[in-house]
Structure formats: structure tokens, C-alpha cells
Design a protein around this ligand. Structure first.
Ligand SMILES: Nc1ncnc2c1ncn2[C@@H]1O[C@H](COP(=O)(O)OP(=O)(O)OP(=O)(O)O)[C@@H](O)[C@H]1O
Length: 380
């Protein structure tokens, strides 16, 4: 725990004058350097091992940023660190006010465009400098942007808090970074992220500057994603799909996870007519993982595209891909993909299948799902 009171001395000559911010990490204090009589901001990290690890990462990033000129790059000036007992203390130039407070002082009415423009310019400049040294900011939000001096006109801002920043080359998909309400969809979904994710956050900051209120408020990623989908539509399937998989694989691949995801997706179809039935759930390969370790990885999979051998009643126009579950003759089910364009017996825009069809002599169709898609797949 941090027991720092006003008047205490940090690192022998920094006298605590006020508290500027507090969080899980510790505190940021306004201190007087008794040797120079200058005011500075000192971020004091708790001695908790996780926090210390976080502080080390922040120092690592700040070291990288030494290559940049803080004035030209709109980033906070860092003056190194020192230890005080078990605490790690980072020394920064003292800045004025974070953008949340700055907006709040205007009664959340939003800033005039004449102010939004330079601020956005500084932020874009800051991100582009970070990009030039290969750093992804990863937690851009008004609370991490500080006004240098609010009485200056036009107002100048700088980025602070590099605790979650990361070398672009070391991004770990699935790492929960950022702040709810400001993270890009790909970050929430656990996908790889890059500077494009900072761009998303920048857009949200820009809206908040102009309107005075956050665009996507929410306490949970779920609410925010829902809000995003309502207003901007659903991210493309390939984004959603890989996101779900990566989120599930965060704890290491587990047998059956892909089948589980595939099942859940069929259970959660928003169109009741598309939703899987109880019987089909029980027949789903998820319940027989031994015989089908993973979609696309089954040793039993057919090596060649399967050809439908029985005519049937269902007609489907322009389908390029069918995702089918089959019960085979040795009493287990597995999932295969059928590429219709590889089946010479069907025209490219018409397909006929029916439950119970036998494919490739011994694959009995027990469940099918047809997707209209421009993608084509061979049997996995
Ligand atoms: N150089 C500074 N000058 C003045 N105030 C500062 C400075 N650095 C940080 N602060 C204040 O302290 C708060 C927390 O700092 P910082 O964002 O670095 O810590 P954090 O642990 O990452 O916090 P959070 O979890 O809110 O992102 C800031 O929102 C700001 O109000």
C-alpha cells in the first residue's frame, strides 16, 4: 500500500505538494524538487509484483521514446526514475489537465472546431511519431492526453501514460489492453491489433472533443460492441470468427474448442429458423470430439471434394460453400466443407441437397448450413 502524505519527501529531495491522480498502479503526485525549486509530476508505483512488472514495461517503452523529441512529438517529457524503498518513482514534467477535465470544464458541451483541430493535429502527430519508433499506444483516451497549459491559445496537448504501450512487433493477440469504450473492435475480440487500433481510439477521442460526451459509453466490452454493431453494423464474418477463436485459445488450444465455437454459433443464430434443433445439437461433432478432434483436422476427413449423389428437394441459388455435418457409416459424425464449384454435377448457381443424402458412399448428411459467400473452401 502507498502511504504518502502531503509534505513527505520522495527520493531524498522531492517534496509532495498535491495528488494529481490515483489508480490501481499507485499515485501521481505533484512534487517540488527542493534542489531546483521546480514542480514536477512523480508517478509512484505500488510495490505489488504485477504493478512493478507494469512499471518496468512502462520504463522500457519510455526508454524507446527517448529517441524522440517530446516537444516535436507531443509526448510527455520523462526525466528518468528512482527507487524509494520498494516504490518505483517515474519523473515527468508537470502538465496541466487531462482532456476529460478540460472537456468537463466546458460543461461537456464539446469544444469548438477551432480547438478540436489543433488537438487532433497534435494527437495525430504524436501517434505518427510513436509509429516511427514502432510503438503502438494501445490505450488512447481523453484521460491519457494532457493539456500542457489550458490558458495557451491554441491549446497544446501531450500523450501521457505509456503503461500499456507496446512495440508493434510484440503485440499479443488476446491481451486485454485499453479501456472499455475506447478499444477498437479487434482489441475487444482478442485479435491482433496494430496502429489501426490507435486510429479507432483517436476517432472516439475526436468525437468526444467535438460533442463533449463519449461516443460509445459502457462498462463492459459486450455493451460497447453491441452499441458499435447497432450503429455501424457487424464487423465482417472473418473478423468475428477469428476473434472468437483467438479469445477461446488464449488459455492454450484445447481439444474441442473449435467444435464448441461452431456449436455455440449455431445455437445462437439470431434467426429462429436458422437455429439448430435439440436433436441436431446432440448430433453435433462437438459431442464426439475423439472421432473428430477439430474441424479441418480430422484424420478421417475426405481428401477430395465430396460429390452429392442423390437429388433432393432443397434448392439454393448461387451458394458457393456449404458447411455440413455428416454421420458416417461407422457411427460418428464429423464436419466437412463442400465446395460446390468443385462438383461438376451442379451448376454454379443451383444446388440441391436434402437431409439423409449419402455423400461419397458413406457420408450421410444429417445437418447442413448453407452460406452465401464469395469465399470458396475445399474440404478441410
Ligand atoms: N505529467 C503529469 N502532469 C500532471 N498530471 C499527471 C501527469 N501524469 C499523470 N498525471 C495525472 O495522473 C493521472 C494518472 O496518470 P497515468 O495515466 O500515468 O496513470 P495510470 O495508472 O495509467 O492511470 P489510468 O489507469 O487512469 O490510465 C492522469 O490521469 C493525470 O490526471
Amino acid at each position: 500500500s502507498l502511504q504518502i502524505v502531503k509534505g513527505s519527501i520522495l527520493g531524498n529531495h522531492y517534496k509532495v505538494e498535491a495528488f494529481l491522480g490515483e489508480g490501481g498502479f499507485g499515485i501521481v503526485a505533484k512534487c517540488r524538487d527542493t534542489m531546483t525549486n521546480r514542480a514536477v509530476a512523480i508517478k509512484v508505483n505500488k510495490s505489488d509484483p504485477d504493478i512493478l512488472q507494469q512499471a518496468k514495461l512502462e520504463i522500457f517503452i519510455l526508454e524507446q521514446l527517448r529517441r524522440l523529441d517530446p516537444d516535436a512529438a507531443n509526448i510527455v517529457k520523462w526525466n528518468g526514475f528512482f527507487h524509494d524503498g520498494e516504490w518505483v518513482c517515474l519523473k515527468f514534467e508537470l502538465l496541466d489537465q487531462c482532456l476529460w477535465d478540460y472537456i468537463g470544464d466546458r460543461k461537456n458541451q464539446g469544444l469548438p472546431i477551432s480547438e478540436v483541430r489543433p488537438i487532433l493535429g497534435h494527437l495525430t502527430n504524436a501517434l505518427s511519431h510513436l509509429g516511427s519508433v514502432g510503438i503502438v499506444r494501445a490505450d488512447l483516451k481523453p484521460g491519457n492526453i494532457m493539456v500542457v497549459n489550458r490558458y495557451e491559445s491554441p491549446v497544446k496537448v501531450r500523450l501521457i501514460d505509456f503503461g500499456l504501450a507496446c512495440p508493434a512487433s510484440a503485440v499479443m493477440p488476446g491481451d486485454r489492453v485499453g479501456t472499455v469504450g475506447y478499444s477498437a473492435p479487434e482489441v475487444m475480440l482478442g485479435l491482433p491489433y496494430n496502429e489501426a487500433s490507435d486510429m479507432w481510439s483517436l476517432g472516439l477521442v475526436a468525437v468526444e472533443l467535438g460533442t463533449g460526451v463519449p461516443l460509445y459509453p459502457g462498462n463492459e466490452d459486450y455493451d460497447v460492441l453491441k452499441f458499435i454493431i447497432e450503429t455501424q453494423g457487424q464487423p465482417p464474418d472473418h473478423v468475428l470468427d477469428s476473434g472468437v477463436y483467438i479469445m477461446m485459445f488464449r488459455r492454450g488450444p484445447e481439444n474441442g474448442q473449435r467444435l464448441f465455437v461452431s456449436l455455440i454459433k449455431q445455437i445462437l443464430a439470431s434467426d429462429a429458423n436458422q437455429r439448430i434443433t435439440l436433436l441436431e445439437v446432440l448430433r453435433h461433432p462437438f459431442f464426439n470430439p475423439k472421432s473428430s478432434p477439430c474441424i479441418g483436422m480430422s484424420a478421417e476427413r475426405p481428401q477430395n471434394p465430396v460429390v452429392f449423389q442423390h437429388p433432393s428437394h432443397l434448392k439454393c441459388k448461387r451458394s458457393e460453400k456449404i458447411n455440413c455435418s455428416f454421420q458416417n457409416s461407422v457411427e460418428f459424425s464429423q464436419q466437412v466443407f463442400v465446395r460446390t464449384s468443385a462438383s461438376p454435377s451442379f451448376g454454379s448457381d443451383e444446388l440441391e441437397i436434402v437431409e439423409g443424402s449419402i455423400l461419397g458412399n458413406h457420408y450421410k448428411l444429417c445437418l447442413f448450413h448453407i452460406q452465401f459467400s464469395s469465399k470458396t473452401y475445399l474440404s478441410p
